[in-house]
Design a protein around this ligand. Structure first.
Ligand code: HSE
Length: 391
């Protein structure tokens, strides 16, 4: 029986304990058995069915040679970073759902794991329960990938959907997303796009081979999206979705996060609520899409426990890092690329095709141009909204 521990007994950590117990028979049949020995958390959980496993002392896990697999579901990049590093230095395989940690320190942690004969797993860090990390690393390994984009945040997609479909206010929809365990501890990370930024960094690194750091990725959230723009978009055959996107152009990888007008005939437009959808373009497969629950306790735990099972089967055969460290030669600034833009402004004359007009407001769709060029073209006018249009 392989012994495991969980660090952080919050939404995902408690889901991991539940899935290990719920599916114990199947897990034992396929791995020989995984036994949860400790759960580390500074909080008390009186009456919880896993109470006997709880300890506040991380060193108990660190120093127990019997524990071979550690699940890190603390979140953030401080304590989680310290504990993950210390586990890997002891040769313990670490499984995480912590996208912030993978996006900021992933390459360093994978290298430490390699040196100490263990593996750093992170399937659950992107897309919640959707299989995406392993499909890119294995099932699509024969492809050169040119582009990956998708709806990568369940909370914001839930908010946009509920506001449109059920007329909920932004605050009510956000509160519901929090109650259902979708939102980050600080939901600003969801709303302002930072969570998507971390996830697209991981996907860009997986697809294009070099670490991409969040601070190098232009990031916009949904905080400036208004009902007026949602309505104009809808009247013209689009839905507004927050996308993370990474693509290769002239040998460099570019990544960014921004709301987009998505044509309603693109499958991504039908990804609603907490669901995530990820489109991958490869030179052999063509276009593939991955779809499923992108946040929430049990879907995320589903991905974590699958990694724990994979880890249990590969303890003697650890996996190699998925990418190399960042390289300025291979990474470009996504603000230098050209996009088609939706512009709502007070400019009577402006570049692009006018799609709506209302009193002193004019809405246009521009040809492909850089952000700088479109702002220059509208200099002297009030630009109320500037949103990319997905092609
Ligand atoms: N807050 C994240 C989301 C959780 O809403 O997608 C899953 O990463």
């Amino acid at each position: 029986m392989i012994k495991a521990a969980i660090l952080g007994f919050g939404t995902v950590g408690s889901g991991v304990a539940e899935v290990l117990s719920l599916n114990e028979d199947k897990i034992t049949r396929t791995t020989g058995g995984i036994s949860l020995k400790y759960i580390v958390d500074i909080r008390d959980f009186p009456g919880n069915r896993f109470e006997s496993l709880l300890t506040k002392d991380f060193a108990v896990v660190e120093n127990d040679p019997e524990v071979k697999i550690v699940v890190e579901t603390i979140g953030g990049a401080r304590i989680a970073y310290d504990f993950t590093k210390r586990c890997l230095l002891q040769g313990k395989t670490v499984v995480t759902s912590n996208k912030e940690l993978v996006a900021t320190h992933g390459i360093e942690l994978m290298e430490i794991a390699k040196e100490h004969g263990c593996t750093y797993y992170f399937e659950a860090s992107v897309g919640g329960g959707i299989p995406i990390i392993r499909p890119i690393a294995q099932c699509l390994a024969s492809n050169n990938i040119s582009e990956i984009y998708g709806i990568l945040n369940g909370t914001t997609n839930y908010i946009l959907t509920e506001m449109k479909k059920n007329g909920l206010s932004f605050d009510t929809a956000l509160r519901q997303a929090q109650e259902m365990g979708y939102a980050e501890a600080d939901p600003a990370a969801d709303i302002e796009g930072h969570d998507v930024c971390r996830k697209i960094c991981i996907l860009a690194a997986m697809c294009f081979g070099h670490h991409v750091y969040p601070e190098d990725v232009p990031t916009e959230g949904i905080q400036n999206i208004t009902a007026v723009d949602v309505d104009y978009a809808e009247a013209n055959g689009y839905k507004i979705k927050l996308l993370g996107r990474a693509l290769e152009h002239d040998g460099k990888a570019y990544a960014y996060v921004a709301p987009h007008l998505v044509p309603v005939d693109n499958l991504i437009a039908d990804v609603e609520g907490v669901m995530n959808g990820i489109v991958v373009k490869g030179n052999a497969i063509g276009t593939a899409m991955f779809y499923g629950p992108g946040a929430g306790k049990m879907p995320t735990a589903s991905a974590v426990v699958a990694d724990v099972m994979d880890a249990a089967k590969h303890l003697k055969n650890p996996k190699k890092p998925n990418w190399a460290d960042s390289d300025p030669e291979h990474t470009g600034n996504a603000d230098d690329l050209e996009y088609v833009w939706y512009v709502r402004s007070d400019a009577k004359e402006g570049i692009g095709l006018e799609i709506a007009e209302n009193e002193d407001e004019y809405v246009r769709i521009t040809p492909a141009m850089t952000k700088q060029a479109v702002l220059h073209a509208y200099e002297g006018s009030k630009v109320f909204a500037l949103i990319r249009v997905l092609q």
